[in-house]
Ligand binder design. Structure first.
Ligand code: UGA
Length: 432
């Protein structure tokens, strides 16, 4: 099939490359010429394990092309995926849909034969209705169909999530589109993915509700971790103990810092906004947002207690600063609150991240990027494990810190408290 992905951000690029790998002809479109030129040379703008090999392989085979020409790309394709960003509006909860509507207008000028237009961007309920309205101003209804097909890829695991999804959600009442899309996804369905056809509005809500539910699970376990700390219970025992009940499920019950990234914070806010507009209160999700917003302060208070309220001049190391491991994404990472706060209180901070230096901390005096774990940890008073990269899991801390007394605050519970305490290192984890 001939596909066109508009927007080569995370969703568009990963899905486009994976669709090409399944044998489709794919054009990935972006208005950013610089990005497109780099992609043409197989230079990838994001860190995603395995993506560069797939880009190279499929570009070489001719199935994957990159372009800045939206008109030509739409004309050449049968299925058009809208994959542009839907960030939160400044100082609001509402999603900014201007890019989606802009693209819809451009698509509407290029439809001469039947095309399926798919919203893959995460969009509030009824955005599909609006996109359909925009296109129908220029195009006869029988020449197009607007479908919602949300994506459930996780950064860092995106290729595996694309190839082995739990489910594929197609929101459309058009039998013709449903048949074509079931065929497009047939290689994944035959590997076990559940194909779910719903109304367009339901598909849009499924996406937000999925992210909100996962964010709720994380917040739930984070709050219980606070209680575990008071009662001397290991939260990991709790996660296993409740997670083995199939009705609850064991995943997304890892206690840690505030959840972050480009999706959970933005999508929970947008869902509350949608509900407010429909005069419905989503009190559970509102308190999830509230609890998560407070979580970094709570951890900072813990740090203060651990350091006996003496943060000034303390040497603090952050291992990992992105919002989670296996990504270079800093969006809504809890380190963005924690590092500036500690810096303001007079701490001397060194950080190491496997994805390199972060411009977000450039302007902070006494915050330094170090190019390896050893340099970052040397003579530190407090080492904060902020993200769960594999390379942090077996560090010989005693040797590399090279100091008699230091503290480890393991925000991801990657170390065994028993083993680390045997080495006479003062250790704190989350909920244990
Ligand atoms: C999330 C969803 O998991 C994807 O299904 C969805 O497609 C994506 O958002 C999106 O809407 O595009 P992502 O943001 O890449 O994916 O990352 P996650 O692995 O879900 O992690 C999100 C945050 O939750 C991170 O800060 C992570 O550290 C935290 N987390 C996750 C926990 O604190 N504990 C857990 O057990 C799991």
């Amino acid at each position: 099939m001939k596909l066109c992905m508009i927007g080569t951000g995370y969703v568009g690029l990963v899905s486009g490359v994976c669709f090409a790998d399944l044998g489709n002809e794919v054009i990935c479109v972006d208005k950013d010429l610089n990005k497109i030129n780099k992609l043409r040379k197989s230079i990838i703008p994001i860190y995603e394990p395995g993506l560069d090999e797939l880009v190279k392989k499929n570009s070489k085979s001719g199935r994957l092309k990159f372009s800045t020409n939206i008109n030509e790309s739409v004309q050449k394709s049968n299925i058009i995926f809208i994959c542009v960003g839907t960030p939160t509006k400044k100082n609001k909860y509402e999603a900014d849909l201007s890019q989606v509507y802009d693209v819809a207008k451009k698509i509407s000028k290029n439809i001469k034969s039947f095309k399926i237009i798919i919203n893959k961007s995460t969009v509030p309920v009824m955005t599909g209705d609006k996109v359909e309205k925009i296109i129908s101003r220029k195009v006869k209804k029988n020449l197009f169909s607007v479908v919602s097909n949300p994506e459930f890829l996780r950064e860092g695991e995106a290729i595996r999530d694309f190839v082995y999804p739990d489910r594929i959600v197609i929101g459309t009442s058009s039998k013709k589109s449903n048949k074509i899309l079931k065929n497009l996804y047939s290689p994944l369905i035959s590997k076990g993915a559940k194909y779910i056809n719903t109304s367009r509005r339901a598909a849009e809500l499924i996406k937000y509700a999925s992210n909100a539910f996962l964010a709720t699970k994380i917040t739930f376990i984070n709050e219980l971790a606070n209680l575990c700390e008071k009662l001397n219970i290991n939260v990991e025992d709790l996660s296993i103990g409740i997670g083995t009940d199939k009705r609850i499920g064991g995943r997304f019950l890892r206690a840690g810092p505030a959840y972050g990234g480009s999706c959970f914070p933005k999508d929970t806010r947008a869902l509350v906004d949608t509900a407010n507009k429909s005069l419905t209160s989503l009190s559970v999700i509102k308190s999830v947002i509230n609890s998560n917003n407070k979580r970094s302060n709570l951890l900072l208070n813990n740090i203060s207690k651990i350091l006996k309220n003496r943060i000034k001049n303390k040497k603090i190391t952050f291992l990992g600063v992105t919002f989670k491991a296996n990504t270079d994404d800093m969006r809504e990472s809890s380190s963005l609150k924690m590092i500036p706060y500690l810096n303001k209180k007079g701490a001397k901070i060194k950080y190491y991240d496997p994805t390199g230096k972060k411009s977000e901390f450039d302007k902070l005096k006494n915050v330094q990027f170090k190019k390896n774990i050893k340099e970052a940890c040397m003579s530190s008073d407090l080492i904060i494990i902020h993200t769960e990269w594999n390379e942090f899991k077996l560090i010989d801390l005693k040797r590399i810190v090279n100091k008699k007394k230091f503290i480890v605050y393991d925000l991801r519970n990657i170390y065994s408290p028993e083993k680390i305490k045997k080495q006479k290192i003062q250790y704190f984890g989350i909920g244990r």
